[in-house]
Ligand binder design. Sequence first.
Ligand code: GLC
Length: 560
Amino acid sequence: MDKKWWQKAVFYEIYCKSFCDSDGDGLGDLKGVMSKLPMLKELGIDCIWFTPIYTSPQVDNGYDVADYYDIDPRYGTLEDFKELLDKAHSLGIKVIMDQVLNHSSDECVWFRESRKSKDNPYRNYYIWQPPKADGTPPNNWGSYFREGDGSAWEFDETTGEYYLHQYAIKMPDLNWEYQPLRQEIYKMLRWWLDMGVDGFRLDVFTRLKKPAGFPDTKKAPDPKLDRNGFVVDPSMCTMQEGIHEILHDMWVNVFSKYPNCMTVGEGTGITPENAPEYIAPSCEEIDSAYHFNLASRKRPPFTVAEFRDIQMRWFKTMEHGVWPSNYFSNHDSRRQVTYYGDDGEYRRESAKLLAVLSCTAPGNVYLFQGEEIGMTNVQYDRIEEHDCCYTLGDYYSMVAKGATPQEAMAYVGPRSRDNARAPYHWNDSENAGFTTGKPWLKVNPNYPEINLEADRKHPQSIFAFYQKLLKLRKENPAVYDGDLRFYREDSDKVIVYTRSCPEQTMLVIANKSGDTLPVELPEELTRHSWKRILTNREETAPSLEGGRGWLPWEVEVYVR
Ligand code: GLC
């Protein structure tokens, strides 16, 4: 079956602020990214996903957009971006942009106008409600970042009304009920596509629709975190009835007019069961969506049984034309090798094993900067070292409720998004070669050992392994056209699966544990002769004999 460009693509997420600083101000920038395009080409990726680089007060690191038509001066200029886009395209690398359409910054001109008066032409771009009779907010919703009194509504004195902000106080929600707002957004999306960007990642796309009348949530408060009776309940604004009408309208007005544009949605609530309603081509909404079923900083690390179950359920959605998007970590999560692998003795092996699991899964794969060198979580000692809004909100809520700073740190530190957002490690010079200035976020002290330059010189280089893996993905149609079948489902440590298409069968064997395991494979696998095309244990001879024992975190890929 013919595939669109993006269905075969490997995406690479760039968190610009932490990638590479060209001017010594401590923040990554576009010129820094440009200088590293050759490295990305060598790695073998097909498309960059930029997290938001638009003008922004950076309350949520750019997810609070003040000007949807410009690049934040901290990162460069629009001209720099156009140059980067051209350079990337000339290397055969496409670029997709993050689009934050659920909310803007309060510094966006739309909001500055909106708050001026009730009859301002921009008033209805946002969601305004009068106070209750006693002056309190319109309902009991809490904001995700738990700032201020914890409410998701902020009172604005100028007009005596509250506006809704599901996230930070400085991130008011946009009003998708209002046609002029929709047209404004569509115009802006077309402007980026006309410039040549190849598509969009749509931030929290499942939350654009709010329930009529803004009813109170009935959810019980979380005793550790929720404040003043305001309860964080994502279900109130997630996948509300009417969300499909909005997404389809956007498709009709924008995406349908650009056949090569790709869209991937990010939003909680997407499951294999409901995905076909959003991302099957017949819905005419968006092309693909991430799922949080394996990778979410809030859930415990997945077990081998969960991995099989979830991948199989997602694979079955492909019968309906769904194209899933796989990832294990991103800027909202912990480092994958720390959370799902072993960042100690078997860091290299487990980083490679996770790479194989995500890069041979059905659908797309999204790599996050630093995975290709096995970067790990950071050990944070003090709350002052943190930047992430969730981390700060949760910490101060816990302390306000009587937790000691140590208890609160022990809870928030490992969950913090800052673990993934810490600067990239280029080499072992000061600040990991990320900046000559003062880095905006603490650099992981393990950079002298874990960095790109050192990794590429190492005989067991993780980067070199990714290069082989990404090449293998391109050359073997089973990866994007193959069926999925699991074997040895009785094992709680070993993952064995095949991907088969008419041309070939690919076999993946992964020992997701620190033990050596003599795994017997079924005769229907061992009776064939296989060619090993990838291993993270060069010291083992290719063999499917269980008697030899699979080494800790060993992963192998065979084809026939
Ligand atoms: C998405 C982003 C996250 C951001 C949030 C609000 O989940 O990935 O970083 O904080 O949306 O825009």
